[in-house]
Design a protein around this ligand. Structure first.
Ligand code: NI
Length: 395
């Protein structure tokens, strides 16, 4: 089967490059992926899949029925949205949309998803079960996965696979991670409410700025003294506002930040822990407070069996030397985790780094991929999907 998948991928590659360049020239922001989703739906239906549009707002679902009796359903998820960045690559197929750019490689993800769908459609007779392709909108604002899940895309799904490009891994290689891949990312808003007064008479007021400064310091120190250093928590206050004049004591300060963590048990306790520290800091001085802790996305926890499926498929398809095992997770976030509340899954990293040119990070206006990575992604994903049916994972 592998030689057949390799041959099909090779034949398909010029078409895939064309698709990727089309998507790259026509990026759309999160929640506005009208053209992209219509384009994706068109490619999927012309490849023989049953297509549903407007799932999870602008998401697309392609169903590929296999020919056998395996009741399991395998899902493959990619994302389609771009970022509010002005592209500076100077590529001939650079973004035609001012201020919008595929700077996170979702054009490559969509292309790899489509390529995998085309190849598996060719092999449908040898697939003992069904495959469902999910093309989600709005990953960058961490909403799309939620919309898709709310529309029922995870019903009956047994396992789900996904990928993300990575410029620090050279094209030709992939990287696999066992366990935590990305962090839980939550939003934090703290309001400190004191009492205004004359800047010269602090004893008659409650200085919200001074207390806010202590809240920030106490939170950072408390992390280092009360959180297990082997279970990281990163708390960044990125925005602070309060006060009206240099000689007036501020009655209110607002702090906004992001909280990242890797272990679900740690994540679960964070809202209460933060509130205790804020309360303990305000209480002696008579300040009031309000803590608004909003859950964002949980940590992506790859299922070991599925990481292994990708690792072995990658080793056979690309060669052992082209499959790295990641020893560390990232504290970035990915809404793929929301699908994992419903079925086990794994996301791998697709190397897109140029071998001879400098590589820019994700979300950079010069970000550019080595397009040879597209066939690597398609081959790995199509072969992993094929091999899934030879496993007996029932989860
Ligand atoms: Ni991304």
């Amino acid at each position: 089967m592998l030689p057949r998948i390799k041959h099909l991928t090779k034949t398909l590659t010029p078409r895939l490059i064309e698709i990727r360049r089309h998507l790259h020239s026509h990026p759309e922001l999160s929640g506005q992926e009208q053209q992209t989703s219509a384009y994706v739906a068109g490619v999927l239906s012309s490849s023989g899949l049953q297509v549903q549009q407007q799932v999870g707002k602008l998401g697309v679902v392609g169903e590929l029925p296999g020919q056998g009796s395996d009741p399991r359903l395998l899902a493959i998820r990619t994302d389609m949205d771009a970022l509010p960045i002005q592209e500076l690559t100077g590529l001939e197929f650079a973004s035609k949309q001012p201020g919008v750019m595929h700077a996170c490689g979702h054009d490559v993800h969509t292309t790899v998803g489509l390529g995998t769908a085309m190849i598996l459609a060719d092999l449908a007779k040898e697939l003992p079960g069904n495959v469902r392709f999910l093309f989600q909108p709005a990953e960058e604002i961490a909403q799309g996965a939620r919309w898709m899940v709310d529309d029922g895309v995870m019903e009956r799904v047994s396992a789900i696979l996904s990928l993300h490009v990575f410029p620090s891994i050279p094209a030709g290689s992939i990287a696999v991670r066992y366990g935590a891949l990305t962090a839980a990312a939550d939003d934090l808003e703290i309001t400190i409410i004191g009492e205004s007064g004359h800047g010269a008479r602090p004893h008659e007021a409650i200085d919200a700025i001074w207390i806010a400064a202590q809240v920030i310091t106490n939170l950072q120190q408390a992390i280092s003294r009360t959180q297990n250093p082997l279970r990281p928590v990163v708390l960044t206050i990125g925005q602070i506002s309060g006060g009206r004049a240099a000689n007036v004591i501020a009655d209110q300060v607002q702090l906004r930040g992001t909280v990242r963590s890797l272990h679900p048990e740690t994540s679960a306790k964070l809202p209460e822990w933060i509130e205790q520290i804020v309360a303990g800091t305000c209480q002696p001085y008579g300040a009031r407070y309000h803590v608004n802790y909003q859950r964002g996305v949980p940590s992506v926890q790859n299922a070991p069996e599925l990481s292994q499926l990708i690792e072995i498929a990658g080793q056979e398809a690309l060669g052992r030397e082209h499959v790295q095992i990641l020893t560390e997770p990232s504290l970035g976030a990915e809404d793929f985790s929301l699908y994992l509340n419903h079925a086990p899954g794994a996301m791998f990293r697709l190397g897109v780094g140029h071998h001879t040119k400098p590589n820019y990070p994700l979300h950079h206006p010069h970000f550019d991929v080595d397009e040879s990575a597209i066939q690597v992604g398609v081959m790995t994903l199509a072969y992993a999907a094929y091999k899934f049916w030879q496993t007996h994972y029932t989860f």
